[in-house]
Design a protein around this ligand. Sequence first.
Ligand SMILES: [Zn+2]
Length: 103
Amino acid sequence: MPGYQYGAVSNTPAGLRRRITALESEVARKTRTIRELDSQIRELNNENARLRELNTGERPIEHGTSNGYSRHYDRGEKPCEECRVAYLARRRELQQQRKKAQK
Ligand SMILES: [Zn+2]
């Protein structure tokens, strides 16, 4: 596999430790890259939404609400993280209310 250079390391404890360390730093590097890309995607999505709101006169989404979560779906978008968190919290709240009512 190109770029995969750990195969040559021996299977001694020291060799394995080196391999683990190398893999861990590779994971850390890739995790950073993923976070950066995620935040770029979020910015582009926000920008896209802003432009669409300007073009269509569409009402802006109130993010971080469970209403916002539904609005994302109405628009055919994947809900943003803030809306997803708010929706899950709201759903949990409703489930707990229902449980209490059953007692
Ligand atoms: Zn949102």
